[in-house]
Design a protein around this ligand. Sequence first.
Ligand SMILES: [Zn+2]
Ligand SMILES: [Zn+2]
Length: 354
Amino acid sequence: MPPVAAVFEGPGQPLSLRPFEDPCPGAGQAVVEISCATLCGSDLHSIRGDRAVSVPTILGHEMVGRISSLGGDLRDQAGSKLEVGDRVSWSLAASCGTCFYCQNSLPQKCESLFKYGHEALDATHPLSGGLATHCLLATGTSIVKVPPVLPDEVASPANCATATVAAAFRVAGPCSGQTVVIHGAGMLGLTAAAMARFEGARHVIVSDPREDRRRRAEQFGADAVTPADLPELTEGRGADLVIDLSGAPEAVEEGLGQARIGGRVILVGSVFPTRALSVRADEVVRRLLRVEGVHNYTPEDLLAAFAFLAEVHEQFPFRSLVGASYPLTRIEDAIESALPGKHFRVAVRPRRDG
Ligand SMILES: [Zn+2]
Ligand SMILES: [Zn+2]
């Protein structure tokens, strides 16, 4: 069967299934037959029209699959040789490795970044998104072999959600024995709760306006307490580490107030413009706060994400975060099921019929 992809032509238009020619990988490239792709919040923002994306395009950047052909000798991020049949995940984007940002350990800001699920359809690189049977991996993509113990539903979102959270924890530094406050209990917030617990945090407090999501966080390692309990838990000092995954300006402001003197505040969720924050610079100075932004991640974070999931995927119910699964032929049903925000993730299984 020739490759098929669901092509997005703009908000309000149904995605159309189109056949593509079998891609031939150039030097350093690989073709992957996708077994599972998950719809991320940013895909839904593009579909709704809240986020500008070049069209026509193939959306979807969270996916997992098996290598079906290779353009020469390729190695994975851990340095081992890749073979046809290997089950792999890969970075959200391919980087050049030579520009200013690549040379300064910020490959996610490469000056010629190639982003899966974001590129306009192009004859030279036709299959670049997850809502398809195949994806052509560009040169400069970090590829990792997926630990066999991980089901597709757990592995698929890892190259976005888990790796980004791993980056936040790398930037934050160790949190063993510390009090961690997490804002936002979506896919990333739940992952952060589990990661804080896994790293040995003493208290893990998750804040979210939705009661069902706060309850859910308790299954992922959060304590059954609210930020209101913070003074009591910390002898009035506040949190050692605050991670914002919500992007809500109110939550960011609240988080800045929750950090103890000398604490760290890591901002991850603010990926859309919002109103300006109300922050007093003298508070940041006098309380010696370290405030840092984290956007996407580096190849090492992707490796760390899979190592983490391989360790904890049975301890925390990651698999249950994929609430529904559809074949590619029912892509419109998949989107309809994902849009209301009831599920953390909805999966598309390209080769399954029905
Ligand atoms: Zn994503
Ligand atoms: Zn670069």
